[in-house]
Design a protein. Structure first.
Length: 204
């Protein structure tokens, strides 16, 4: 288990977090990815059938992560309690999330940015805070699409590819866009989230 290879930009788990794996028979990253994706697919069904409620709350943010990864990880839905190579200091997670959710409500009410930019800024800040031990990118992308569809009444982002977690130039472009957003330039990320990767790479 400790020999898992992580894609570029991913955050390795510490030994205590690794002990939270519910499926002890998993020995390869590919197996883990498959079980996590099965869990996420079930979450998409839950989202489609649930009674709609306010998503801009800490409770919903945690619930979504628990639904996405709860059959694989014991700590799913709980904020991390360890330092990582990215993210705020873990005692600040709840405060930073509360500030972000309040900011998003303000942006929506006052039409501070376009709907896409509100969603992009929301996504970037979620990734930047780095709420959980793992699964932050997948959780932040799904949270962002829920915001777009249920609150902003927009189409979800394509995220440029069906599986952004694989090691390829699409993931590299995504990470570069996030790093650019760290410097308050969201242009690359705005282009990325609506790009048609399959169309732009046709014939290559």
């Amino acid at each position: 288990m400790n020999n898992f290879e992580y894609p570029s930009g991913a955050t390795p788990l510490d030994p205590n977090e690794m002990e939270g794996l519910k499926l002890g028979h998993i020995t390869a990253r590919e197996e883990l990815n498959r079980f996590e994706q099965d869990n996420i697919n079930e979450t998409l069904q839950w989202l489609a059938n649930r009674r709609k409620s306010d998503i801009l709350t800490e409770k919903f943010v945690k619930t979504l992560h628990q639904k996405m990864f709860g059959k694989v990880w014991k700590w799913a839905g709980s904020f991390r309690k360890s330092g990582k190579n990215i993210g705020v200091d873990w005692p600040q997670i709840s405060t930073q999330l509360h500030t972000l959710l309040q900011d998003v409500r303000y942006w929506i009410e006052h039409k501070t940015y376009s709907e896409d930019e509100i969603a992009v800024r929301f996504h970037h800040r979620l990734v930047w805070v780095h709420l959980f031990a793992n699964g932050n990118g997948r959780h932040a992308r799904l949270m962002t699409n829920i915001l777009l569809e249920e609150v902003l009444k927009q189409k979800p982002f394509t995220w440029n590819v069906t599986n952004i977690n694989i090691e390829d130039k699409v993931r590299d472009s995504y990470l570069k866009a996030l790093r650019q957003a760290d410097n308050h330039d969201y242009s690359m990320l705005l282009d990325f989230v609506r790009a048609d990767w399959k169309k732009s790479n046709k014939g290559q």
